[in-house]
Design a protein around this ligand. Structure first.
Ligand code: BG6
Length: 474
């Protein structure tokens, strides 16, 4: 890989602290940062290059649930030598004069880890200083979700982006696409031929997607209260999970073909504003930087369906929330249970088979099946056939999604990034649902959300599956 300059707008942001700097450390450790690569951080705070290096050290050593391994001094020193700092207001032209002086590499990635309100200033200044184009090298832009806050603003932002960059320079990042557990869904489905014939309306009863977290919003109240659960994780992560689990096989495994199939699914989703429930955990209004009268949801549950021949009329139930009973993210494909099954009369003989893509924790791909309890009686039990990442005999390294996506952007691979059309398709589904928001139902922290969410699925004679911790345990 060629060396490059990585310019991070907002090096002191929460995102840079929790995700980017640790990912860069991991890349340094694995030799994924080519010789001569520099990292230029920009922020308002007055700091020297040495101060920035100390700051990077403190960030790496702070408690981080996403990055638990020890920091080796030698790697840290090597990484530190790459960092340079520019302090100033992003709106200020002099920042870009300094930036131009500091960038000596042919190739550049601009990473926006800053407020969306500042994007237009960044783009305009990059253009004025001639930093958005380069001959003899490449210029790329990484931009985080959320892209806009509804379809209209997403379109505006996409149009704005195209005034300054070409589509192939833009990497719209949803970190779920960088998750190994999500990417493996495609391999599981399309590298094995035995499951695909079952993934359709003939065999599937319904699909459930859960993204629950047992913690609250922490110090992110200022952001979260403006956004809410539906737009924070529903518009992006969860729709992508659904797309990976239900898209058709791409004609070939290329960036264009994979995106094309994801987009087809996103465009065929049917929003139903009458089948969505919003919840808010008790105590949310007292969280730091949250409006004491806030109506922002910290939970939602919805029912939707995919309008295509393959999944017509198969219900899809999606739920996500904070301060719930467990932290778990998974997709469950619940199969039909034919009336002719000859074991129906036995205890648990009526249970459906379920294919579970467990994104986290106890990561794996698991098939819930019925087996005979060994012995003289004809008794059944539900068991799991499992592929588990944590019990990988080869001990393969699982890259963090940010590490993975940074490497992809360096390589110029768009497969696991969203293009404008995809982001807009996501918003077209979410907008009518967001408009249906009313006063959210309160729920108790540690529960599975408001009882109205149980009714949502219960009205169809179904219930939410309690995520199991019985498989893929270490
Ligand atoms: C982020 C959301 O995009 O994803 C957070 O803003 C959420 O609210 C997080 O907690 C979940 O990501 P992960 O990788 O921890 O499942």
């Amino acid at each position: 890989m060629d060396s490059f300059a990585l310019v991070i707008f907002g090096i002191t942001s929460n995102l840079a602290q929790i995700k980017l700097i640790p990912a860069l450390y991991d890349m340094e450790e694995k030799g994924l940062l080519p010789f001569g690569t520099t990292i230029i951080g920009l922020a308002r705070r007055k700091m020297t290059d040495e101060d920035l290096q100390k700051y990077v050290g403190s960030v790496l050593r702070m408690k981080n649930i996403h990055h638990k391994h020890p920091i080796k001094d030698e790697i840290f020193q090597r990484l530190c030598r790459r960092f340079k700092y520019i302090s100033g207001e992003i709106e200020d032209a002099s920042v870009y004069t300094s930036l131009k002086r500091k960038i000596i590499e042919k190739n550049v990635i601009f990473y926006l880890a800053t407020y969306p309100e500042l994007y237009s200033y960044v783009f305009e200044h990059l253009k004025k200083s001639g930093l958005n184009k380069k001959s003899g090298g490449w210029i790329r832009l990484m931009i985080e979700k959320p892209i806009g806050h509804d379809l209209k603003s997403a379109r505006e932002l996409n149009e704005l982006l195209l005034k300054y960059f070409t589509e192939d320079q833009i990497y719209r990042l949803d970190h779920y696409l960088g998750k190994e557990t999500l990417q493996n869904i495609l391999t599981f489905r399309f590298a094995n031929d035995i499951f695909e014939p079952l993934i359709n309306k003939e065999f599937i009863d319904h699909i459930q997607i859960t993204a629950s977290e047992n913690f609250g919003i922490g110090k992110r109240g200022g952001y979260y209260d403006q956004v809410g659960a539906l737009k924070d994780v529903g518009q992006n992560h969860q729709l992508q999970m659904l797309a990976f689990a239900t898209m058709d096989a791409p004609a070939k495994f290329s960036s264009e073909e994979v995106a094309k199939e994801r987009i087809k699914i996103l465009k065929s989703l049917q929003p139903d504003p009458d089948r969505i429930v919003f919840g808010q955990y008790e105590g949310y209004k007292k969280e730091e930087s949250v409006d004491p009268d806030s109506r922002t949801e910290t939970f939602y549950a919805l029912k939707t369906s995919i309008k295509n021949g393959r999944f017509e009329n198969i219900p899809v139930y999606i739920r996500a929330g904070k301060k719930l009973n467990q932290t778990v993210t998974e997709i469950s494909i619940v199969f039909k249970n034919p009336v002719t099954r000859p074991f129906k009369h036995l205890e648990c003989g009526d249970e459906p088979n379920i294919l579970i893509y467990r994104i986290q924790p106890n990561e794996g791909i698991v098939l819930k099946i019925l087996t005979k309890i060994p012995g003289f009686e004809n008794k059944l039990q539900a068991e799991y056939m499992q592929y588990c990442y944590r019990i990988d005999p080869h001990n393969h390294y699982i890259p963090d999604p940010y590490e993975r996506l940074l490497v992809d952007a360096i390589r110029g691979d768009h497969t696991f990034f969203n293009d404008a059309e995809e982001v807009e398709a996501q918003w077209a589904f979410i907008d009518p649902l967001a408009d249906a928001r009313g006063k959210p139902h309160l729920y108790e922290p540690g529960s599975w959300g408001p009882k109205e969410a149980d009714k949502l699925i219960g009205d169809d004679g179904r219930c939410w599956l309690e995520p199991s911790m019985a498989f893929c345990r270490i």
